[in-house]
Design a protein around this ligand. Sequence first.
Ligand code: B4P
Length: 187
Amino acid sequence: MRLVLLGAPGSGKGTQGEKLVAHFGIPKISTGDALRAAVKAGTELGKKAKATMDAGGLVANEIVIGIVEERLGQPDAQKGFILDGFPRNTAQAEVLDGMLKRLGQPGIDKAVHLHVTDEEIVKRLLDRAQKEGREDDKEDVIRKRIEVYNAETRPLLDYYSKQGKVVTVEGIGSLEEIFNRILAVTR
Ligand code: B4P
């Protein structure tokens, strides 16, 4: 099982990714989590990424590509993986295709598109801001992230549709309902 989770910020990629990991026993590779860990640890990479993340922009391709390449090359990713938050633009998707070839892995099986309205995204992320206090969960930054998603990431739906790999799942409902919808379309 080689899955890409696609969806706007707050659409539930991270949340559903965790459930998929538990179900399939394969690793989740989250560029967002990796970047936040680097920021927290104060590494050079984290220092480079922080301002862009706080402003709601996309971190430079070479940084996130390096993270994914290193992780995909590890033994536990050979039998499958869930990509959460990567690719985020067409350039990253093209690099991913080449990377999998180089690693002797088949291409991805499906790109699962979690569909959620903008109003729901803003509501969820403002709610998360209360609990976790993430720098990028402020209303103006959330709006910027939605804009960036529409301009940069949404074109991936076309990219993967041309390969016949997009499955769209309604992302509103209980976590269990959404999870079951994902399982139904990835069988
Ligand atoms: P990400 O970490 O990918 O953040 P996200 O899009 O906000 O999260 P996600 O969709 O996973 O939401 P979640 O499940 O947590 O990226 C953060 C930043 O990192 C980016 O803006 C960018 O700067 C950088 N970055 C990451 N990858 C990059 C890349 N490839 N290239 C360049 N830059 C990159 O859910 C959100 C909230 O909703 C949670 O509070 C959750 O509890 C809640 N929720 C989930 N499902 C729900 C449901 N069904 N009902 C109600 N609430 C729900």
